[in-house]
Design a protein around this ligand. Structure first.
Ligand code: DGL
Length: 269
C-alpha cells in the first residue's frame, strides 16, 4: 500500500480556467483532497514564451510540493504544451496534462470539418502541431487563437456584450467554413459554453476535455495505488496570487454549488 494515498492532489492553471476541470475531478473523485492554485497574477500564459511559462509552472510546483502532493493536474493546455516534459523529468509523482480534444472531435465530426479555439501559445506549440498532424488525414481543422477571452473570464465576465462581440468575431469565420464540431482548447473557454451556444446552430457539437482528464486521473491513481482511502468527502482548497479584490468571489462563483465545499485559502505567493 502506498504511504501517499491520502495526500492531496494539486490542480493548477494560469488562473481560474482550471476550475472547469477541477469540477469534473471532484465529480469523479469524491474522497480526494484537492488543492487548486491559480497563477492569476501572471495570466494569461497564452502569449508568453515557453521559458516564461515553465518558470511560472515550476514556481507553482514548489508551492504544491511543500504540501506533499501525490499527483498534479496541469489544468491548462498552454502550460502543458510548454512544460509537461520538463516537469515529468523533474518530479516522480504522476503529472497529468491537457491537450485540445482533437482526437474525440475527429471521431465525432460527421462532415470532417472541425474548429478549434485555443490560446496562441497552444496553437503555435510543437506538441499541438504534432497532434494536429496525426489527425489531419481525413479532417479539415480550422484553428482560431482567441486573444482577450482569458482576461475577461479572469474577471468573472462570462456574458457581457463585449465578451459576446469578441466571441462572435472568433466563431463567425468557423461557421463560414461550416464546422460541425467545435473544440474548446483552453480551460477558461469551458465557462463560456452557454455564451458560445447562443452563437452557433444546435447541430454543432462542443467538445472540451475536463471529464476525460478526470477519468484519466482516476485511472492513474488506481493503477499507482494512490487512490485516497478517506471515508469522508474530500476538501477543496483554493489559492490565488491575484491582487484583484474580486478574485475570491470570481473563484467561488465559477466553482458554484455548495458554498461549504469552497475553502478560500488566500494568496499563495
Ligand atoms: N487556461 C489555459 C489553457 O487551457 C490558459 C489560458 C492563458 O493563460 O492564456 O490554455
Amino acid at each position: 500500500m502506498s504511504p501517499f494515498q491520502n495526500n492531496p492532489i494539486g490542480v493548477i492553471d494560469s488562473g481560474v480556467g482550471g476550475i472547469s476541470v477541477l469540477k469534473c475531478i471532484r465529480e469523479h473523485l469524491f474522497h480526494e483532497n484537492l488543492i487548486y492554485v491559480a497563477d492569476s497574477k501572471f495570466a494569461p500564459y497564452g502569449e508568453k514564451s515557453s521559458e516564461e511559462i515553465t518558470h511560472r509552472v515550476l514556481t507553482v510546483f514548489d508551492f504544491l510540493n511543500k504540501q506533499d502532493v501525490k499527483s498534479v493536474v496541469i489544468a491548462c493546455n498552454t502550460a502543458t504544451a510548454a512544460s509537461i516534459q520538463i516537469l515529468r523529468d523533474r518530479f516522480s509523482y504522476p503529472i497529468i496534462g491537457m491537450e485540445p480534444a482533437v482526437k474525440p472531435a475527429s471521431l465525432m465530426s460527421k462532415n470532417k470539418i472541425v474548429g478549434i479555439l485555443a490560446t496562441s501559445g497552444t496553437l503555435l506549440s510543437a506538441k499541438f502541431s504534432a497532434l494536429l498532424e496525426h489527425h489531419s488525414n481525413d479532417i479539415h481543422f480550422i484553428t482560431q487563437p482567441c486573444f482577450g477571452l482569458v482576461e475577461l473570464v479572469e474577471h468573472g465576465d462570462l456574458d457581457s456584450p463585449a465578451l459576446i462581440a469578441l466571441l462572435k468575431k472568433y466563431i463567425d469565420p468557423l461557421l463560414k467554413e461550416k464546422i460541425d464540431t467545435l473544440v474548446l482548447g483552453c480551460t477558461h473557454y469551458s465557462f463560456l459554453k452557454p455564451a458560445i451556444q447562443t452563437l452557433i446552430p444546435d447541430h454543432i457539437k462542443i467538445v472540451d476535455t475536463g471529464n476525460a482528464v478526470a477519468n484519466y486521473l482516476k485511472h492513474v491513481l488506481v493503477e499507482k495505488d494512490l487512490l485516497s482511502q478517506n471515508i469522508a468527502s474530500g476538501t477543496t482548497n483554493f489559492w490565488t496570487n491575484s491582487l484583484d479584490k474580486n478574485a475570491d468571489k470570481v473563484m467561488a462563483d465559477l466553482w458554484g454549488g455548495n458554498p461549504e465545499s469552497y475553502n478560500y485559502r488566500g494568496l499563495w505567493v
